[in-house]
Design a protein around this ligand. Structure first.
Ligand SMILES: C[S@@+](CC[C@H](N)C(=O)[O-])C[C@H]1O[C@@H](n2cnc3c(N)ncnc32)[C@H](O)[C@@H]1O
Length: 211
């Protein structure tokens, strides 16, 4: 079967990998993904290409292999449609119609572990994005969920929020979800901002702005 499938792997542990994802991966002629994700599939003897900052060579590999009748599977963390590789691929390859296998997103597992519903939440991301948008979202919404990154760590984002005029709100932080070093913290923005060290950048934050 020629074409491309983008597969959501969930937050990390195989416990949260769906059977549909496993099935799609086993159909691959070519596997593309982050190094950590490709390492999970060392046992598969298919061609593998790591995703790097420069997407151009990968775009060429995808186009050439799909044109040659191969089936390309792209591995994505969490759900591919939530601040993931899906939008990048659709932008770079507008003619391609990928099949998408959903995965459990980091924010879904984080909310589940914290016992928090998310149908009323504003979902956003500070992964490679300016925290100014987070400040605007917290000003506007009673519940905001954001992704973090190595620069925009939870303490850095707490400082950005306080610096942006947000008060000392409650905040939940869930890090390394589904891994052995998973952590769940409930605190306030001021306490979080004062943390000098934060061991993980792989976190979601839930900021509660109930009036
Ligand atoms: C590029 S985004 C991808 C999000 C992904 N598509 C999803 O649905 O979770 C990467 C960010 O997701 C969050 N993330 C991914 N895996 C996580 C995990 N296991 N625990 C906590 N946060 C995670 C972190 O904020 C990380 O910086």
């Amino acid at each position: 079967m020629a074409g491309i499938t983008v597969v959501g792997l969930g937050p990390g542990s195989r416990d949260y990998l769906t059977e549909a994802a496993e099935h799609a991966i086993n159909q691959a002629d070519i596997l593309i993904g982050g190094r950590r994700h490709l390492d999970m599939y060392n046992h598969l003897t298919v061609e593998k290409y790591p995703i790097t900052a420069d997407m151009a060579p990968l775009v060429d590999i995808i186009e050439a292999n799909v044109a040659a009748g191969k089936h390309v599977v792209v591995l994505a963390s969490g759900d591919p449609g939530f601040y993931g590789i899906l939008s990048t691929l659709k932008r770079r390859l507008p003619g391609l119609r990928p099949e998408v296998v959903p995965g459990i997103s980091s924010f879904q597992l984080g909310c589940a572990k914290l016992g928090i519903s998310w149908e009323d939440a504003c979902l956003t991301s500070c992964h490679g994005r300016d925290p100014a948008a987070l400040v605007a979202a917290v000003n506007k919404h009673a519940k905001v969920i954001t992704l973090t990154d190595p620069q925009n760590t939870p303490p850095a984002l707490a400082r950005a929020l306080l610096g942006g005029g947000i008060g000392d709100l409650s905040v939940h932080v869930a890090c390394n979800l589904s891994y052995n070093d998973e952590s769940l913290t409930t605190t306030t923005l001021k306490e979080l901002a004062a943390a000098e060290q934060w061991s993980s950048s792989n976190c979601i934050m839930v900021i509660i702005n109930e009036k």
